[in-house]
Write a protein that binds this ligand. Structure first.
Ligand code: BTN
Length: 324
């Protein structure tokens, strides 16, 4: 698209003027077409200075999750290099799953400004108001057995926590399996979905929701009680693009470590960031409830729980409530 090409030129020349003639020559279009597209970009929220003798200069970008915004300055090799950006979709996980079935490459990023049917863990709904948060899904194609796939969810929790720390200076706590909490309230969640053969993963869709500029009070009462947002915690509105770019960088970093060195370094980092070790917790899954002391992670990512009887049990799914 011409808009995107002009934007790319202005971004490459950020801080300086680019002449209309130069743009029209390098994109092989008329100066009138350049002017019309500059107007289009302004309507989309870009602030562009124009000086007759010098040309155009990008003075400010809107906080929108488009291909052009995410791609500009993204420092990764393959995560986020293929971007599908939507204004509204049912669920970025559902979209990414379809794309993966049709062969989308590893690292493909699906992102939306809002979701109609955002999916949470255990069949829950994920509140997805438009224009304020991050809803993204990344396709990975690791050569692992399905039983190891939950390791990738834990890897994503580590990456998302580090991305939030880099962009806000606040390091969230991880609550098993993949909730990111700030001062005890949830700021981000991860939903991993999987397509596999009996003994080999075909692909994984890593769905990550980060509450960035949302007012928790705007949510339904039961969710608002336990939710927060990065804006709520930092006291300022944040640009979402740098958060998503850092998330891509951290996922690539930890995924590379995982491929080269296995799950060990991820477990170590997860345990460093987790608030659970040594805490007495309750784990609920469907109608089953267990209580005990959280000891840490098993080699496959299961939670190790010491029951009051002294027996150590592996927990592979459920919701954790911290008791003391
Ligand atoms: C949880 O319950 O904690 C997991 C929430 C995951 C939400 C994200 S938002 C992007 C992706 N698309 C979805 O429909 N869900 C995930």
């Amino acid at each position: 698209m011409l808009n995107e090409k002009i934007l790319k030129l202005l971004k490459e020349n950020r801080g300086d003027y680019t002449s209309g003639t130069e743009i029209s020559r390098s994109l092989d279009v008329s100066r009138t077409a350049v002017w019309k597209h500059i107007e289009g970009l302004r309507k989309a929220g870009y602030s562009i200075d124009a000086v007759p003798s010098s040309g155009y200069k990008l003075a400010g970008s809107p906080d929108i999750l488009t291909h052009a915004e995410i791609d500009a300055g993204l420092k990764t090799r393959y995560i986020g290099k293929n971007i599908h950006a939507f204004s509204l979709t049912d669920s970025t996980n559902t979209k990414a799953f379809e794309l993966a079935l049709h062969g989308a490459p590893e690292g493909t990023l699906v992102v939306a400004e809002g979701q109609r049917k955002g999916k949470g863990r255990l069949g829950r709904r994920w509140e997805s108001p438009k224009g304020v948060n991050i809803y993204t899904s990344i396709i990975l194609r690791p050569r692992i057995a399905p039983s190891s796939a939950s390791q990738i969810t834990l890897l994503a929790a580590v990456a998302a926590a580090r991305a939030i720390e880099k962009t806000t200076k606040i390091l969230p706590d991880i609550k098993w399996p993949n909730d990111l909490l700030i001062r005890g309230k949830k700021a981000a969640g991860i939903l991993m979905e999987l397509d596999s053969e009996a003994d080999m993963v075909n692909f994984i869709v890593l769905g990550i929701g980060i509450d960035v500029n949302m007012e928790p009070a705007s949510l339904p009462h039961d969710v608002a009680r336990v939710a927060t947002s990065l804006m709520n915690e930092t006291g300022r509105r944040l640009e979402r693009v740098p958060v998503i770019q850092e998330l891509c960088r951290q996922i690539e970093k930890w995924y590379e470590i995982f491929k080269k060195e296995g799950f060990g370094p991820v477990i170590t980092e997860w345990e460093r960031l987790s608030i659970m070790a040594g805490k007495y917790v309750r784990v609920s899954f469907l109608k089953d409830t267990k209580e005990g002391v959280a000891l840490g992670l098993d080699t496959d990512g299961a939670l190790l729980l010491r029951l009051p009887t002294g027996r150590i049990e592996r927990v592979v799914a459920g919701d954790v409530t911290m008791i003391r």
